[in-house]
Write a protein that binds this ligand. Structure first.
Ligand code: MUC
Ligand code: MG
Length: 367
């Protein structure tokens, strides 16, 4: 199982409609397909979605760091040497999506080598994950129409509403409209992507206190250290750290400093190996986790399902697994299907997915 090559292939798939939120907007999935090859002919795959506004990575930087820094360190190791791979990639700071895609491609290889699904190797707890849908910025009527369509078409009943606009009354109005239209039976929570100050966040939460929101995520920046602690102390609902807690050390810092009391786990930025560390550390500290979405395509979504379904605490609440619905197409031979508001794990070896060569030829940008 010696690693012989790591490929990083840029591809671009347009969105049917852009996703807008406080820290940016996405119009196309300009991602990187990572393929790890071994001397026994196996190929492991994963996907890296660059989010420059959150982590500073671009499609170009992901390809460069994989080809120029990580591949030379990793080629020649066994695909089983995952901790050695982690240690070698860990010498380079940052680059979370690039590191994660390499890690998950190696797990896919591992599963394929023993003919078992990755989700079973990780923990094998559940067979499916409930799906939470992310509703981006739009006039309230359009946000309501989108949520109703997704509920009616896919059976999804959990919604994460993007907030963080100025004035905050725009978002308060949208959340009220969603609760009124969708009724009491759906779960609603909010994500501000650091768009508000602590005092705006407090006022917005107060204005939405009747809406039975279950979580508030990154409403204001964690660099506003005292303001954020003040806000979290007063919040009646758990405050989720997402982009402020991108690795185990940051998770400890955010939780112990009182800047958050729940953690978003995104396999796109902590792969499987570091996501396990973040999960076990969160469980040990007694805080809830949510499986988040870095606006992944179907490959990345399958990675989130494989990890989230593997453990009781990550499969307990709905995972953010539906952003791929906004894409006009994808690369898989067998597309993901959300039914009854859930996505099943795949039974096949590794991640249980395969790339359609014609689709890859069509969407890749390096030929
Ligand atoms: C989220 O939860 O914040 C927006 C930026 C990003 O990296 O992920 C999304 C969703
Ligand atoms: Mg978030």
């Amino acid at each position: 199982m010696k690693i012989t090559a790591i490929e990083a292939i840029p591809f671009a798939i347009p969105y049917k409609k852009p996703l807008r939120f406080a820290s940016g907007e996405v119009h196309a999935a300009e991602h990187v397909l990572v393929r790890a090859h071994t001397d026994d002919g196996l190929v492991g795959i994963a996907e890296a979605p660059p989010r420059p506004f959150t982590y500073g990575e671009t499609q170009e930087s992901i390809i460069a760091v994989i080809h120029k820094v990580f591949a030379p360190e990793i080629v020649g190791l066994s695909a089983l040497d995952r901790e050695d791979v982690q240690a070698r990639m860990g010498r380079t700071v940052g680059n979370p999506a690039a590191k994660s895609a390499v890690d998950m491609a190696l797990w896919d290889l591992l599963g394929k080598s023993v003919d078992l699904p990755v989700t079973r190797l990780l923990g094998g707890y559940a067979e499916r994950m409930a799906v939470s849908h992310m509703v981006g910025f739009a006039p309230p009527r359009e946000m309501v129409a989108e949520a109703e369509r997704v509920r009616d078409e896919y059976g999804i009943t959990t919604f994460k509403v993007k907030v963080g606009r100025t004035p905050f009354s725009l978002d308060v109005e949208a959340c009220h409209a969603l609760r009124e239209a969708l009724g009491a039976d759906v779960e609603l929570y909010v994500d501000g992507n650091r768009g508000w100050t602590a005092s705006e966040s407090a006022r917005a939460l107060h204005a939405m206190r009747e809406l039975d929101l279950t979580l508030a995520e990154e409403l204001c920046p964690s660099d506003d250290v005292l303001g954020r602690r003040w806000l979290v102390e007063r919040s009646a609902i758990p405050f989720v750290a997402d982009e402020s807690a991108t690795r185990p050390g940051e998770v400890t810092r955010e939780l112990l400093s009182g800047a958050a009391n729940a953690i978003s786990i995104k396999t796109a930025r902590t792969g499987f190996t570091a996501s396990q560390r973040v999960l076990f550390q969160s469980e040990g500290l007694g805080v809830e986790t949510v499986m988040g979405n870095q606006i992944d395509g179907q490959i990345g979504t399958m990675c989130t399902v494989a990890f989230g379904a593997a453990y009781p605490s990550t499969s307990r609440r709905a995972g953010e697994l539906s952003n791929f619905l906004d894409m006009s197409d994808d690369l898989l031979t067998e597309p993901l299907e959300i039914t009854g508001g859930t996505l099943p794990v795949r039974e096949g070896a590794g991640l249980g997915i395969a790339i359609d060569p014609d689709k890859l030829a069509h969407y890749r940008q390096d030929t």
